[in-house]
Design a protein around this ligand. Structure first.
Ligand SMILES: Nc1ncnc2c1ncn2[C@@H]1O[C@H](COP(=O)(O)OP(=O)(O)OP(=O)(O)O)[C@@H](O)[C@H]1O
Length: 241
């Protein structure tokens, strides 16, 4: 079984009398250790798909199984607990809490998990080390550059050793040089820490750095120019062919 199995998922939003359907029967499998970029026109539903896989939003129909749990079947409360344990989220504008230090921002997701203070400390130190910010642990976000803030955001996303790291436009507000640093860091997170990464991006260069590149076109998924079939069984057959 794949790490992530999105099967025949549709998402509709009501917009007055109109129904918007950014995802129409999409299926996707992601293996452990994959690095997948998700591209497509503005409004095509990239963030919607990311948020469904991250358990932030709910599908209108279809199933999403992540590490053997069908998250479409979880209650609201159970889904929140599941998210805390399994998903690391990297935002476009890092969303750090300004009154907390880098260390405290990274520690935050661990406070939602059952863990001893000693274990928490160890994990925060490892995550800050991974993004090369040990020397900035006591700094507040306002004392850091945009790139450093995003690195804290990445440390916060990986600190709980999540099943999947999702990133929504992680380089969207950075200059070219800082974008390159963040893309290299994401590659290390994938290659060296072995984390599974799903990244939404507008930036063709950023998207091309992923191991797999998927596009959302007219509410359907396309990989390497070929539509991904709605039936995930067909996808598996295609991938093993
Ligand atoms: N909560 C919501 N309520 C109503 N419509 C929504 C909601 N969230 C998203 N939409 C609509 O669904 C469609 C897909 O939105 P989504 O944000 O997933 O697209 P996107 O590809 O990530 O766009 P962008 O690249 O501009 O961020 C858009 O038409 C958007 O307006």
């Amino acid at each position: 079984m794949s790490l992530v199995e999105v099967s025949n998922v549709t998402k509709e939003y009501a917009n007055g009398d109109e129904t918007i359907r950014p995802l129409d029967g999409v299926s996707l499998t992601v293996e452990k250790g994959d690095y997948v970029s998700l591209m497509g026109a503005s409004g095509s539903g990239k963030s919607t798909l990311l948020n469904l896989i991250a358990g932030i939003d709910r599908a209108t129909s279809g199933n999403i199984v992540v590490a053997d749990t069908d998250i479409t079947k979880l209650s609201r409360g159970k889904l929140a607990d599941w998210r805390a344990a399994h998903i690391g989220y990297i935002f476009q504008t890092h969303n750090l809490i300004p009154v907390l230090t880098a260390y405290e921002n990274v520690e935050l997701p661990l406070l939602l998990l059952p863990m001893s203070p000693a274990e928490r400390r160890k994990r925060v130190e490892i995550a800050l080390e991974a993004v090369d910010l040990t020397s900035r642990a006591t700094h507040y976000p306002r004392q850091m550059s945009g790139g450093q803030e995003q690195r804290v955001g990445i440390a916060r996303a990986i600190v709980a050793n999540p099943t999947v790291v999702v990133a929504d436009e992680p380089t969207g507000s950075l200059d070219d040089e800082t974008t390159e640093q963040i893309l290299q860091l994401l590659e290390r997170v994938n290659n060296e820490l072995g984390m599974t990464l799903l990244m939404v991006t507008h930036d063709a260069e950023a998207g091309s750095r992923a191991k797999r590149r998927i596009r959302l076109e007219r509410s359907r998924l396309v990989e390497n120019g070929t539509a991904i079939p709605t039936d995930p069984g067909q996808t598996a057959k295609l991938r093993s062919a």
